[in-house]
Design a binder for this molecule. Sequence first.
Ligand SMILES: Nc1ncnc2c1ncn2[C@@H]1O[C@H](COP(=O)(O)OP(=O)(O)OP(=O)(O)O)[C@@H](O)[C@H]1O
Ligand SMILES: [Mg+2]
Length: 269
Amino acid sequence: MSHSVETPTSAPPHSAVATILRVDHVTHAFGGYVAINDCSLDVHTGKITALIGPNGAGKSTLINLIAGFYPIQQGSITFNGQSIGGLPPYRIAQQGLIRTFQISRDYGAMTVLENLMVPPRNQLGENLVNVIFQPRKVAQQEKELVGKALEMLNTFGLYEKREEYARNLSGGQKRLLEMSRALMSDPTLLLLDEPMAGVNPALAQRLAQHILDLRGKGLTVLMVEHNLGIVDQICEEVIVMANGTTLARGTMEEIRAHPEVITAYLGGA
Ligand SMILES: Nc1ncnc2c1ncn2[C@@H]1O[C@H](COP(=O)(O)OP(=O)(O)OP(=O)(O)O)[C@@H](O)[C@H]1O
Ligand SMILES: [Mg+2]
C-alpha cells in the first residue's frame, strides 16, 4: 500500500470520489501583499477535510474567498460543478455553502434562540406584503422555524440556555451556538474556521462528535483547525497550506511524514 502524499491537490482523474468544491488557481492580494497565491484544492463530498498550516498561511482568507466575503482576483471556485466566484455571500449560502461566524457584539445582545431565528433568508415574514396578505402562512412559517431552532438547541445541548443572552455563554457554548446557527440554513458544505479555538478538551471532544454526527447525516465539512489531535481523530483528508498555497494533501499520518510540511511548520514558528 502506498503512503505517498500527493503534491497538491486535485483528485486523480479516475478517482471514484465526488468533488463538492473545487478551488482552481485562486490568487488574492491585500494591497500589494499576496495572501493567496495560485491556490488549488478539492473538497470531496461527504468527507471531513482539514485545512491546516502555520499562522498567516492564508487559511482564513481562503475560507472567506470560498464563502464569497472577498472577491476572487484570479482563478475560479466551483461548488457542485457551478461557478460561485463573484457571487455575494448570501447567494452562495442559498446554494448550501455556509460558513460559521463568531457571535459578534450585536448577536451577543440577542438571546440564544433569537440567534437561531436570524439566518434563513427567505422567510416570508421579512416581506411586509406577505405579512399583510398572508398572515397565516407567515405565522405558520414562524412556528416551524421556532420548532426547528429548539430542536437544534436540544441537539447541541443549549436548550436550557435558549432565553439567555448569547454574550453570557461560555466560550465553548458560543462555538456550539455558532455551529447550530449555521445549520439552521441546511448547508450541504459547512466551513468552520477553528471551531475548537478557546474550547476546553472535554468540549472539544463534544464538538468533534457533533461534526462526526453531521458527516453521518451527509454533510461535507471543511475545517481550519490548529488542534492536530482533533484533526487526526475526525478528519479523513488533510490539506496543508503555507505561504498562500497548498503544500500537501493526505491523511494525517501521511502528512506527518511529509518533509515539506515539517519544514513549513518549523520554519513558520
Ligand atoms: N484584511 C486583510 N488585510 C491585509 N492583510 C491581511 C488581511 N487578512 C489577512 N491578511 C494577511 O494575509 C495573510 C494570511 O492571513 P490569514 O488570516 O488568512 O492566515 P491564517 O492561515 O488564517 O492564519 P491563522 O492560523 O493565524 O489564523 C497574513 O499575512 C495576514 O496578515
Ligand atoms: Mg485564520
